[in-house]
Every structure is written in structure tokens, then in C-alpha cells.
Ligand binder design. Structure first.
Ligand code: F3S
Length: 775
């Protein structure tokens, strides 16, 4: 009985505040009486702090909300992974509150290195990261945050299993937070400073996104999987196609998908820059998933809401809801896809991949196949892969490529272990890594002899494949595919193998052919809970706890406030680097071994922009100072910082794409950046820059990029005035060439809300929050 009671109380603490949300939705209806709403709008608007202000001001009285209105939102919950949680907590600490204002969780997943298998890697990583884990756990206990220890699982899988729910709105300090949209939640990836807004009960601002409808028709079968839906869509929309949009899935095909399949699809909406992605409440898959994860009462409440008349049904779009753009995918005709290398939107249908390998001179063999991660480690994924491994094992085959399995959570690991799936993988020679991010985030100690700088290929069921992402080798080509395809291809070890049509030679001279995979969405015996040590700490704040930070630490440092904006325009900034081509958050703040320094801003800043190609020198991480001396980018930035020289970066399109990593904004700011001038920005990164007091500006004429170079001197004309009120428009930069007496003006665009101007003038959002707290 005690267990039942404690389960009931933890479920009630994790249930979205449905009565409040339904009340707010009614209030929104009175403000917008005739406008049919999309599902995304219903959930977002029912989380508005002040619906009248957000929906009616500056929107032509509600007619022009999308892309225009500034939504001030009150999310229900916050989730943080251990790498980003450090900075979020360091920022939260400086606000001086006794507990978080909304429920929150911390997940220790990003700092565990994959090398020899979970049993060896996990204890090694716990020892290596002890001071960081101690810091996070002590802060969690003090502020009443649920702390999921290392080994418990990957944030997005743990969120799906425990916190995601239809109608919930949550923020997560990780760009794949939208994974929870698979269970009908609006879940948005943000930087730590944004998470702090929710943690201190300040409204969190979002420019009202447009909504892109993706209509699913037909039904998946054979080799096609949910991953192929998103790999196909990424190819169609590109890495910029989701910027400023929420992707909302509709249509009869939704009914045929599992909840975890929907999560995979939502997870990778981040690869297109989407604000988030969402599926409607789907009783056929959501109810069984909620029940099997011990949340039957949430399933009942969601089902009751779904039976309300259309306008009051929080969990489905209104009939006649209009989408800004629409795409149709026929699941019945969808074939498996392979995306990459080096960008997730280079999408090739499997039937054409062989030709693409030849045409592009990609390696014909690959060294490792990796399945699992936050994107693809569901029970369905694992059992479908198991069906393939069994077929191959029965034929006497072993994988030719190294084969790694990363379970997304202890719950999944324990369940597939109990059901024999894990043993099937291990007997086939697969290596089971810890329930953690591992190779997905560069925490991979490769032991197969591939050298840095050597061209090679890997196949993964992960979500991201920028250069250097997995093993720190920028020449490693990561081809993204479904876990089923990765598994089957690992048996051939060849990139030009098509398991739908090709066979593998057997010793007796015959050929082995795979049959299409088959699996089970949910375990018939329910999920196992696994190791009790991997359960979270309770969400009860304890003021007596002292937060563990060693003043001598090289991994944790208390944050010093940034200096405020000067009382006038910026003068004499210098261009630190003119970046050529793609500049992701990995480029600006590399992961891998650097994750270690996430809580120590001075130390991690030594990796700033080390992946960037300098347009002047043509080389990675090589820039010239005014005196002609050559430096790495962080060296020159530090040199200038010590001289009091502030600077800017000039860049091309989609600057800061890829992740919510706020260090990509914090580090340049710490080293002296005041402006990033780009052709365009990725949404989360642009917001992160403003929160840290850096001004993002875009070229009014993209051709002006060509006129600028490293060490050019830049002053703003009128920016200080703009910062008094915000808005959007143009100002000029006065550019003086470093190599000649020439000077010219460059018109640039700004887009700043009043609050964001406040952050910039105060030096950072945190400076402003602390000033408000003290006044
Ligand atoms: Fe971790 Fe990779 Fe997901 S880093 S959170 S497994 S995208």
C-alpha cells in the first residue's frame, strides 16, 4: 500500500496542471473567439502569463500573432542535463532563492565516456567527474530538484518515461528537448539563462512561432521506421527550414505510430532548427505508453480532456486550424534514408545510397555501427534490431563493423536485459555502453586504431553528425540512419550495402538475406525498474545543504557578473575572425573533452571557436592580429581581452545552429565579444547571445560580408538609442579597414524586445535579474 501511495503522489506531482490550463484556454477563447487554433497554439497560449498582453498587443488585435507577438510564458517544468545544468545552477544560485519555482530535474548523462562497456566506463566516469556530480547533487538537494545520478539514463528518455505528458509545457537545457513532443507536450530547448527564468518564476519570452503542419498519411511497414520520417523531412526542409516554426504532425498516419516513434520524430525536429515539434494526444499509443510507465491517472485525465468539445479540447487542434506551411508524407511509400555526412539534411533514399557513395567517393567500408541514444533506444527500436541480429546469428554471422548499443535509460536497459534482447546483442559481439550520451556527444574513446585526420565512416542511429561530433576527428563521416539499418549494415561493414536487396556471402558459398525487422512497441511484462541506485532524489528543498564548490577547482568556478553596456554607442571593436561557412555551436564551443570544463568559464573559453574556418587565412582556428602575428582564435581573443580590446565575429548563415549550448554565447562574451554580425542566426543561439549581453546583428545586404575582414575596426551608429526601447529595424556600422585608410558603412538589422534590450544594457539577463532582486 505504501508503494501505491508513493507512486500516486509522485504521479500527481508530475501531472500537468490541467484545471488551470483549461481555465486559461477558456480565457484565450474569449480573446480570440473566432480563430481556430492549432494544437501548438492551444498549449502555448494556455501557458501565457498574461494572455491579453501577449495576444492582443502589437498583433492587430489578435489577427497577426504568429511571427509577431511576444509570448510571455510560464512553463510547467524544467529539465537539465549535467553539462548545461552546471551553468544554469551557477546562474540560479546568484538569484538567492531557497527553491525552484517550478518542478525541475537534473540528468547526469553527458559526461560518461564510452570505451570498454558500461561496467567499466560508468565507475571510471563517476570517479573522473566526482566534483561536478557532487556539486549538482548538493545543489539539487538544496533547491528541491530531482537528481538523476550517472547511469540513470539520458535526459530525453528519462523525461519521456517520467515527466512528459499531453498538454505539458516544459523547457530543457538541451536542444533535443522536443523529444517530449512525442507524448503531446510542448517542450523547448533553451540555454541555462532561459531555464533560470522559469526556475525563478519570471515569464519566459518567445516570439510566437509559425506553425508548419506535417500531414502523415498511410502506414509504415517493412524496413521503414519513424526515423525515416524525420530523415526524409530533414532532407526536404534543410537545417534552416524549421527556424521560427513549430512542427505539428497531423493526419491519419499519426494513428499508426508508437509513442516512442513519435518522440524520435520530434527529437530530430531540432535538426531543422524548429522551435519544437508536437504530436496530438493519440489514445492508441499514448494511453498504453503512459500506463506502462506507471502514469495511468495522467492517461485518464488526458482522455477526459480529449472528450471535451473541440474548442475546449486542449489536446487536439481545432477543426479548420490553419498552418503557415504544409507538407505531406505518405508513410506507405516511405523508404529508409541515410543522412550525411557532416550535415543531417543531406538525405539519400537507401535505394540511391550506393550510387551516392560512389559519386561522392565516400569510404566503401565503415568501422562502427552505433545504435541507441536519446533518439532511438525505445523498446521497439531494440526489439526490431534484435530480430535482425537473431537472423544473422542463426546464419553464423558476426558484425563486420564494431557494434555498440547505448540504452537510453536504466528502465530500457533493465527491460531489454530481462527480456533477453541485450544478451542477443552481446552474444553477437555487440558492446553495451552506459545509459548515457557517450559517443553521441564526443565522449568516445575509440579503440579501433582510426587516427585523427583519417577519412573514415561510421553509421549511427543518432541525431546529429557535424564534423568532429562523435570522436573528435573532423574526418569521421557519420551517416545517420534508423537503428535497424545501422544494425543490418554493421553485418556487411560496407557503406554500399542495401539490406533490402543485397545479400552477405556465407562460408558455404550461399548468400544470407535479411528479412524486414519486426519488434514490439511495449514489453508485455511491463517495464523493469532496474537498479534502485538509479532512482532520483526527492523533490524536497533542504536549506541546510551546503553547495559543494572547491575554490581551487579547475572544473567549477562561481560566476562573476559581466560588465554593463557602455553609456553610448560601441567604438573601436575589432573583427576577431570572419568565419567562412557553417558555424555550429560545436564550432564555437567544442564538446568531447571540453565538456569537463562546463562549470568553469575561464577554462572552457580556451576552446572558443576552435572549429571555425577563418575566411582570411582559409585555415581552421588560425587568425592574424593587427601586427601580422598568427594565433589560434582563443589565443587572440585572450590577448585582446588582456588589452581591453572588445571585438566582434563576422559570420555567414545560421550562425549557432545545432544546439542550445549557452557556452557558445557565454565564452565569446567572457573573452570580450560585444557583437556577432551574421547573415542569419539559429533561434536558440540568437536568444542566448542576447541573454549574455551580446548583440546579434544581421547584414541588411549579404554582399557586405565580402567587404569585411579580420582586425577591421567597427563602431555602431545609433545602436545605443535602439537599446532604449527595442523593436526591429536597421542601424549602421562604421567599418574602418585595418589594411588601408578606407572606411564605409554597413547597414545591419536588429530584432530586440524591450526585455532583451534590458539584458544587454545591464550586461546580461542575470545581471538584470539580480538588480531587480536587490531593488
Ligand atoms: Fe545526449 Fe546525444 Fe541526445 S548528446 S541528449 S544522446 S543528442
Amino acid at each position: 500500500a505504501a508503494n501505491v501511495d508513493s507512486e500516486a503522489s509522485s504521479v500527481s506531482a508530475r501531472t500537468p496542471p490541467y484545471s488551470k490550463l483549461l481555465r486559461r484556454l477558456r480565457a484565450v477563447r474569449t480573446l480570440l473567439p473566432t480563430r481556430p487554433l492549432t494544437l501548438a497554439e492551444k498549449i502555448l497560449f494556455s501557458h501565457l502569463d498574461n494572455p491579453e498582453e501577449s495576444l492582443l498587443e502589437g498583433t492587430n488585435n489578435g489577427a497577426d500573432i504568429r511571427g509577431n507577438a511576444t509570448l510571455k510564458l510560464k512553463p510547467d517544468r524544467v529539465a537539465m542535463q549535467d553539462a548545461s545544468a552546471q551553468m544554469a545552477l551557477l546562474q540560479f544560485m546568484s538569484c538567492g532563492l531557497p527553491a525552484t519555482a517550478v518542478p525541475a530535474s537534473i540528468h547526469c548523462d553527458h559526461m560518461i565516456v564510452g570505451e570498454k562497456g558500461a561496467d567499466v566506463d560508468l565507475p571510471n566516469s563517476i570517479t573522473g567527474n566526482k566534483e561536478v556530480y557532487d556539486f549538482l547533487e548538493s545543489a539539487a538537494k538544496k533547491y528541491g530538484i530531482e537528481f538523476w545520478p550517472p547511469g540513470a539514463g539520458i535526459i530525453h528518455q528519462a523525461v519521456l518515461e517520467n515527466y512528459a505528458a499531453p498538454g505539458l509545457m516544459m523547457l530543457g537545457t538541451d536542444s533535443h528537448t522536443p523529444n517530449a513532443g512525442g507524448l503531446g507536450a510542448i517542450a523547448i530547448g533553451v540555454g541555462g539563462a532561459d531555464a533560470v527564468d522559469a526556475l525563478v518564476d519570471a515569464p519566459w519570452e518567445l516570439k510566437a512561432p509559425k506553425v508548419r503542419g506535417v500531414r502523415l498519411e498511410g502506414q509504415l511497414s517493412g524496413w521503414a521506421s519513424p526515423k525515416d520520417v524525420i530523415l526524409n523531412l530533414a532532407g526536404r526542409l534543410t537545417v534552416r527550414g524549421g527556424t521560427g516554426y513549430i512542427i505539428e504532425y497531423t493526419g491519419p498516419g499519426v494513428q499508426s505510430l508508437s509513442c516512442t516513434g513519435m518522440a524520435t520524430i520530434c527529437n530530430m525536429g531540432a535538426e531543422m532548427g524548429a522551435t519544437t515539434s508536437i504530436f496530438p494526444f493519440t489514445p492508441s499509443s499514448h494511453v498504453p505508453y503512459l500506463r506502462s510507465t506507471h502514469r495511468g491517472s495522467i492517461a485518464d485525465q488526458a482522455a477526459a480532456i480529449a472528450s471535451l468539445p473541440g474548442p475546449h479540447n486542449l489536446l487536439a487542434a481545432d477543426s479548420g486550424a490553419e498552418y503557415d506551411e504544409e507538407v505531406v508524407i505518405n508513410l506507405s511509400e516511405l523508404e529508409p534514408h541515410v543522412n550525411g555526412p557532416f550535415t543531417p539534411d543531406l538525405s539519400t533514399p537507401l535505394s540511391k545510397f550506393k550510387d551516392a557513395v560512389r559519386a561522392n567517393h565516400w569510404p566503401e567500408t565503415f568501422g562502427a555501427g552505433l545504435i541507441g541514444s536519446c533518439t532511438n533506444s525505445s523498446y521497439a527500436d531494440m526489439t526490431r534490431c534484435e530480430s535482425l541480429v537473431k537472423q544473422a546469428s542463426d546464419a553464423g554471422l558476426k558484425p563486420k563493423a564494431d557494434f555498440f548499443i547505448t540504452p537510453g535509460s536504466e528502465q530500457i536497459r533493465a527491460t531489454v536485459d530481462r527480456d533477453g534482447t541485450m544478451q542477443t546483442f552481446e552474444q553477437a559481439g555487440g558492446m553495451v555502453l552506459a545509459n548515457a550520451c557517450g559517443p553521441c556527444i564526443g565522449q568516445w574513446s575509440r579503440t579501433d586504431g582510426v587516427q585523427k585526420g583519417e577519412d573514415n565512416a561510421i553509421f549511427t542511429s543518432y541525431n546529429r553528425n557535424f564534423p568532429g561530433r562523435n570522436d573528435g576527428n573532423r574526418k569521421t563521416m557519420n551517416f545517420l540512419a534508423s537503428p535497424e539499418l545501422v544494425t543490418a549494415m554493421s553485418y556487411s561493414g560496407r557503406t554500399d550495402f542495401n539490406p533490402m536487396t543485397d545479400g552477405i556471402d556465407l562460408a558455404d558459398g550461399t548468400k544470407f538475406r535479411f528479412n524486414p525487422p519486426s519488434g514490439t512497441d511495449l514489453p508485455s511484462a511491463g517495464f523493469a525498474t532496474g537498479n534502485p541506485l538509479f532512482q532520483p532524489t526527492p523533490p524536497t528543498p533542504d536549506a541546510t545543504v551546503t553547495i559543494a564548490i572547491d575554490p581551487e577547482s579547475d572544473r567549477l568556478a562561481v560566476l562573476e557578473p559581466f560588465d554593463p553596456f557602455p553609456q553610448g554607442d560601441l567604438n573601436g571593436l575589432k573583427v576577431l575572425v570572419k568565419v567562412k561557412g557553417q558555424c555550429t555551436t560545436d564550432t564555437i564551443s567544442a564538446a568531447g573533452p571540453w565538456l569537463k570544463y562546463k562549470g568553469h568559464l575561464p577554462n572552457i573559453s580556451e576552446n572558443t571557436l576552435i572549429g571555425a574556418v577563418c575566411a582570411d587565412t582559409g585555415a581552421v582556428n588560425t587568425v592574424l592580429d593587427v601586427d601580422g602575428s598568427s594565433h589560434t582564435i582563443p589565443e587572440l581573443a585572450s590577448r585582446w581581452k588582456s588589452q581591453g580590446q572588445t571585438w566582434l565575429v563576422v559570420a555567414e548563415h545560421n550562425y549557432g545552429e545545432g544546439s542550445a549550448r549557452e557556452h557558445a554565447a557565454l565564452q565569446p562574451r567572457y573573452l570580450g565579444a560585444r557583437i556577432i554580425l551574421a547573415k542569419s542566426f539559429a533561434r536558440i543561439h540568437e536568444t542566448n547571445l542576447k541573454k549574455q549581453g551580446v548583440v546579434p546583428l544581421t547584414f541588411a545586404n549579404e554582399a557586405d560580408y565580402d567587404k569585411m575582414a579580420g582586425c577591421d575596426e567597427v563602431s555602431t551608429e545609433g545602436l545605443y538609442n535602439v537599446l532604449q526601447n527595442g523593436g526591429s529595424g536597421e542601424v549602421n556600422l562604421l567599418v574602418k579597414k585595418s589594411q588601408s585608410a578606407e572606411d564605409f558603412r554597413v547597414p545591419v538589422k536588429f530584432n530586440l524586445s524591450k526585455d532583451q534590450c534590458g539584458f544587454i544594457l545591464a550586461g546580461s539577463a542575470l545581471n538584470l535579474l539580480s538588480q531587480r532582486g536587490k531593488s
